[in-house]
Structures are given as C-alpha cells and as structure tokens.
Design a binder for this molecule. Sequence first.
Ligand SMILES: [Zn+2]
Length: 321
Amino acid sequence: MAQHFLLSAASRTLSLRKIYKAGEDAAYETFCQMRWPETDGEAVCPRCGCCETYSITTRRKFKCKGCYHQFSVTSGTIFASRKMAFVDLLAAICIIVNASKGVSMIQLSRDLDCQYKTAFVLAHKLREAMAQEVHTGEVLGGHVEIDGAYFGGHIRPENRKEDRKDRRLKENRSDRRRVVVAFRERAGRTLPFIGRTEAEGVALAIENVDRMATISADEATHWDELHEAWQVERVNHSVCYSDHGKHTNMVESYFSRLRRMVVGQHHHVSPRYLHQYANHAAWLEDNRRTSNGGLAKALVANAMSAPASRTWAGYWQRVAK
Ligand SMILES: [Zn+2]
C-alpha cells in the first residue's frame, strides 16, 4: 500500500530546530525574501516603488532615497507594527502549518511563551493571510461538490429530562448558530461561506460556480433549485454515501477537518470569527499535499502580500476601550 503523504520524509522539510538554529538574522532574511521576491529580498519603497534605499541596520528599517519614506519589512503588511522577534514569528508559522487540524491559542501561547492575546491575534492574522489564497474571486469549475454544516450555538440540555427542550425546533435554537456552506472542486479549490441557513448556498452557487460545471449535492430539498442552471448529480445520504460514483465525499472531508478543528482545538467559536476557521480548514485542505516547509513559505508570502488587517491590527487595544 502506498504510504500516506504525511508519513513520508518529503512532507517534512522544516522544523523548529532548524528555525531556531538559523536564528533571528536568517528569519529576518526570510521575511525580506518573501516581501520583495522580485528584487531577491532587496528593499523596495512601498510608497513610491523606488529600489534605492538607505538601510538603518540597527533598527532594521529602510529609508527611501527617492521620497525619504521610512519603512520596515513588515510595513503595510499583515505583520505591521509587530513586536515579536522574526524567529518567533517564523516558529509560530511552523507550529500553525504543522497542525493539520489547527492549534488552540493556549497551546500556541505556551509553545511560544507569549501572552494568550498575542497568540490569538497572531493566529487570526495568519488566517486572514490564508484567506487570500482561498477567496481569490475566481469562479469554480469542472466538477463541484456543495454541502453545508452547522456550527456553534450549542444549547446544553437541562439536567432533568422533564426540563429539557426539543432542540430540533427552530424556536429553541440559539441565534449564535451558523452554517458553513462549502464548495469543493473535485480537482482544485475549496471555497467556504458563512450563512444562517444552508439554502443560502443556492445564491452563493450562482455567484461562485461556472455554469458549465457539474454540481454534486445531497438530497436536501433546497438544492433542487440548482437543477435549473446546472447539470446536477444527487446522492441520498439516508440511503447511501456513494451511488455509482455520485457522492459529495470531498466536501464532506473538508467538513470533517473543520469539525475536528472546532471540536478538538477551539471548543467554542464565535459566529463573528467562524469564517476565519472555515478559511483555515479550506487552506489546509487545498494544500494537504504540500510539505510543511512549502506551507510555511506560502504562508509567509501570503502574509507579506496581505494588507494590514483592519480587524486584527490593534485588536486588544480597541477591545480594552
Ligand atoms: Zn519612496
């Protein structure tokens, strides 16, 4: 039997030992390379695009010879105003990409010996960087599977049976419950969205799936509408999971990863941030055959090309107010 990819040596190309052994300067160099790949790591002014800079090495800053703008390797990126050492940032990225179902913020803060709040914001910034690769704006094509799964808003049953409510009824449900509707190309990308009901997936399909595509869906009645615009294959899960090759198993395996991430690592996810976890799981799913070194490199590159985060820059300062 073929060996599972994650068991092979080819999947392990980076380790914490390597990162810390190489040290802070090497980590800094990695960030420069990823920020300015076209000049092989030489600084380019983010304001005027000039390649001529004075470098203020003691402070790891650059000053543009053209417009005198001062900037650093992380200025204007998702890591703008970072305080953490570059080597620790790289280690955080390594820990996060190594965790195939995500990692809890407590665990990350212990591994890095930083505050929980720091780990929380850092991980969310990285998820935002991953989202750039997930939400590219391109429509999905070929064979696309669609499905939805509900997350959050768990209502604990009362102790005594006579006090318990029927949690299946709409009036007894929590308003914190959300659905993740996911599309997955059989040969390609995974694209998740957050909504209130799975039926919203039809409108999302209109926006995000090519009309020439074939769609696979389960027996839920709201998917009947899809037949008007696409060639649709259906599988009735109350009968079987795969009916002569008709199935939604690939999108189900995405949900299986996301479910394990939420249940096993994060335990509670706020409806406000569910999209971040959904994107994280989609990114991991789409890159499941990439070595951990490749993943870390891609994530640093994404982070260096992602703009400063509107949600996560200065998050705790705003929360404290
Ligand atoms: Zn300039």
